[in-house]
Design a protein. Structure first.
Length: 230
């Protein structure tokens, strides 16, 4: 059997096992195959093997691939997004996971609104200890939501985070449970355009922990496509 097919089956079965271990149904967990640095031919092959949703983190790369892959494929923007590139995502992505400032949210609202399109977005939260530029701090979420309620062309469907890159399982778990607790803390904040159901968390090295902590969307690249070549 083809290695790609084998990898996909392996990942699906690991998702199933982690879900069962935590008393959850695997149907609650959506897999986004992260296809950055993967050629269009292999993305199409993965689609043939049953995957429907693919994540990209660079707009330029997404645009190029969009023309070359099966039109049935759903793309999701999962990486940092500059405001001047938002317009290119219209009609090309099903969701944006990396909304990390109100400025970016306003630009998404404006651009998609001009075309009368509603777009699903997740709010990226910085839960890890290490310094990174991207993601709101948990303390910033409240003010973000207060402003975001006016952005009617966006459906805010959940929260996203990237766990700490470490071997310390406790620390990784802390990142994911922080995101789950934030969703609970803001569950009262339910409006026409805000309903934080989804938790996008878990990558190749930590998706089983993320599922145990309540992840509803895992973003997995390496375990499916192999090590990336840059
Ligand atoms: C690359 C990437 C992933 C997938 O990482 P793997 O370790 O290859 O599974 C997930 N989320 C984001 C935001 C990424 O940039």
């Amino acid at each position: 059997m083809d290695l790609l097919k084998q990898n996909i089956e392996n990942v699906l079965s690991r998702i199933e096992t982690a879900a069962r271990r935590s008393g959850r149904a695997s149907s609650e967990i959506k897999l986004i195959a992260v296809s950055k640095n993967v050629e269009p031919e292999r993305i199409n092959l993965a689609y043939e093997y049953g995957l429907k949703d693919f994540g990209e983190n660079r707009v330029q790369e997404l645009l190029k691939k969009f023309e070359l892959v099966n039109p049935q494929i759903n793309f999701h923007m999962i990486g940092h997004l500059q405001t001047n590139k938002v317009k290119y995502l219209i009609n090309r992505v099903k969701s944006i996971h990396s909304v990390d400032s109100i400025k970016l949210a306003k630009e998404i609202d404006k651009r998609f609104g001009e075309k009368n399109i509603k777009i699903n977005c997740l709010i990226q939260i910085h839960t890890a200890k290490e310094e990174t530029k991207f993601g709101l701090s948990p303390e910033e979420l409240e003010n973000f939501l207060i402003e975001a309620q006016h952005l009617k062309n966006i459906n805010f469907i959940g929260l996203m985070t990237i766990g700490t890159l470490t071997d310390d399982e406790k620390e990784i778990r802390r990142c994911f449970s922080t995101l789950r607790k934030l969703r609970e803390d803001y569950s009262h904040f339910k409006l026409e355009n805000i309903d934080l159901r989804e938790l996008s968390m878990g990558m190749t090295s930590d998706f089983e922990i993320a599922i145990e902590e309540g992840s509803t969307i895992v973003r997995i690249g390496t375990a499916i496509f192999g090590e990336r070549k840059y």
